[in-house]
Design a protein around this ligand. Structure first.
Ligand code: ADP
Ligand code: MG
Length: 242
């Protein structure tokens, strides 16, 4: 589907928390130009896989490769500097800083570290991309859930990533907000950022994703063209509970 070169590869990744096998032998490749939809029932390992792709959790087994470099076990900020950014299911902005400064902080510690004045200037573009420029001087307390999630995306974009990992960035939104978030995600994608979107709203993922990956109980159940994957009887059984 117009997919380009390999940006990120996780190879045969496992993650165990004590006796819990959150992931078992999962492999996933993300190409330039893709929007990968990552779906699966609650507890199937989606957030754990996002954390491994972002370098914020070290896999129990397997490798994380970014643009051909083995970055397994690198500290999270170095994986971020290699070009991977993520948002969290629960946004946690710095409440004592303005919206602009929240983004400026992410610019300061991004791939090209900058001082505060330059970082504030560089915060404008991500805020425009997500449609929060008019709230740049406001404090996060006045933002609603949707706007907080957009701020999360702006902070992630401030690091100038090649791959953006969105963990349930549409959770809890109303239909109008979902449409707006989908438009924002499309805009980010069109700016040249590959995207992995974790989402339980199948209809939304299907309209965005160029490829669908299904996790079930820590294993990869399917990976391919969204229409084909959704028609797969094993996926219907596991994911839709039929
Ligand atoms: P999903 O995002 O698909 O809902 P998660 O990746 O959050 O799934 O969780 C996968 C499994 O790993 C679940 O059984 C969950 O309880 C377990 N798990 C996740 N994080 C931890 C942790 N920090 N400690 C122990 N178990 C965890
Ligand atoms: Mg999750």
């Amino acid at each position: 589907d117009g997919a380009g070169r390999v940006l990120v590869e996780c190879a045969n990744v496992a993650k165990h928390f004590g006796g819990v096998r959150a992931l078992d032998d999962v492999s996933l490749t993300i190409h330039e130009g893709e929007i990968v939809g990552l779906v699966g029932p609650n507890g199937s390992g989606k957030s754990t896989l996002v954390s491994i792709l972002a370098g914020s959790r070290r896999p129990t087994a397997g490798r994380l490769i970014v643009e051909g470099r083995d970055v397994t076990g690198w500290p999270p900020h170095r994986v971020a500097h290699a070009g991977i950014a993520r948002t969290y299911q629960i946004p946690r902005p710095f409440t004592s800083m303005t919206v602009r400064d929240n983004v400026a902080m992410a610019v300061m510690f991004g791939r090209t570290p900058r001082g505060l004045v330059a970082a504030r200037a560089a915060a404008d573009r991500p805020l425009e991309t997500v449609g929060l420029a008019h709230l740049a001087d406001a404090y996060p307390a006045v933002l609603n859930l949707h706007q907080r999630q957009l701020l999360e995306i702006a902070r992630a974009l401030a690091a100038d990533p090649k791959v953006l990992l969105l963990d349930e960035a549409l959770a809890g939104l109303n239909p109008v907000e979902i449409d707006n978030a989908v438009a924002v995600i499309r805009r980010v994608h069109e700016s040249g950022v590959a995207i992995v979107i974790v989402e339980h709203l199948l209809r939304v993922v299907t309209q965005l994703a160029t490829r669908l990956v299904v996790l079930d109980r820590g294993a990869r159940l399917a990976d391919g063209d969204p229409k084909t994957v959704l028609a797969d009887p094993a996926v219907v059984r596991a994911y839709l509970g039929k």
